[in-house]
Design a protein around this ligand. Sequence first.
Ligand code: SF4
Length: 424
Amino acid sequence: MYSGYHSDQLSHSSSPPRVEISNVGREPFNVSSTTEILTKALEGRSITQEQACELLSSGDLDSILVTADRIRHRTKLGRIVTYSRKVFINLVNLCRDSCSYCTYKKEPGDALLSMLDPSQTLAIAEMGKKYRCTEALIVTGERPEQKYAEARAWLKSTGHSSTIEYIADISETILRKTGLLPHTNSGSLTKKEMRLLKATNVSLGVMLESSSERLTSSGMAHEHAPSKNPKVRMRTIEGAGELKIPMTTGLLVGIGETQEELVDSLFSIKSLSEKYGHIQEVIMQNFAPKTYTGMAQALPATPEFFLKTVALSRIVMPEMNIQVPPNLNPKIFGNFLDAGINDWGGISPVTIDHVNPEFQWPTIEMLKEPMEKRRYTLRARLPVYPEFFKGKALDGFISERLQNYINFLADETGLVKEEYINWG
Ligand code: SF4
């Protein structure tokens, strides 16, 4: 029995997981086949989607964790776990779509409505520079100008007609005046829009969340969010691959998907990564129900189940950078180290997590505590991973101009220079 959880977390384990599984057409779980699948993974052979489903439905969490951990240690990742020192620029939180779990999206008149002008945006980035951040994370709702006159007026006041044009300009200003490297998460994007952003953004982000179209049907999490249709999200990720843009994506676990759909989501990302080589990291995020949302009463995945999905992501994608945001699991985040992760994502000494404001970032000291027990070293990374710009870097992903900005911040390993963080 995996014993990484404190007893207060284990008390949740009696609740049924939010995610259900259908056993129709599948043999019941058996120990020997789980062992065979894990042995196959340890031998460096890819497991099939069906075998991944079998692992996810198995009760053998310990063996799955041990396997994920051993696979992680066989990769180039060594004993380093990274984070990105960032500022979170909440550019505009109006959104055309409505997901049933979202509290990020605001309405005109809301006290927490954000529509930043260029000087406010630059002020945040400058504060980030003062605190030795290297990432300017620019986040918006999905195409707010399509729904709100207020968004159109705001864009007009900045001299733009679309959110993406504004992001392209503000990214240029941030890059030139602060040297922070922009990374935009603005939902589903067209190739034309991504081409525009590639000039200034070292990478882009869009969560797949789930490959299940069923979640767009009546009563489900994405019923009122056309941009979350997996076909649309996959098109964005695929477009980024064609344009050679390093891409962050990931899963939101526990929003109504079945276990088969969850596994299918992992394999969808794996297949895009194999085709284009542009997926730089996979975020494994657990859904947390929030009051005043349509899914306030929905049961989240149990900690054990979520831990198993994280380990499975490592087994399915042995070389991938796998990230779990620590602030969403404040008491137990260290346990994800046992499931093979190698990144904590963005941590900010300056701004809050505007998507999950109720969850504070841990301090660097808090992050280090469970890591030191497990003999891991924490290092700051850039919002683009070294494999896209260092050594035998993948060709065409980073322009010469962006490479110059990167060179100022990165050491010979491609991680952030220690003297940059400790300076001043
Ligand atoms: S698309 Fe993003 S911002 Fe818009 S409602 Fe969904 S989760 Fe919220």
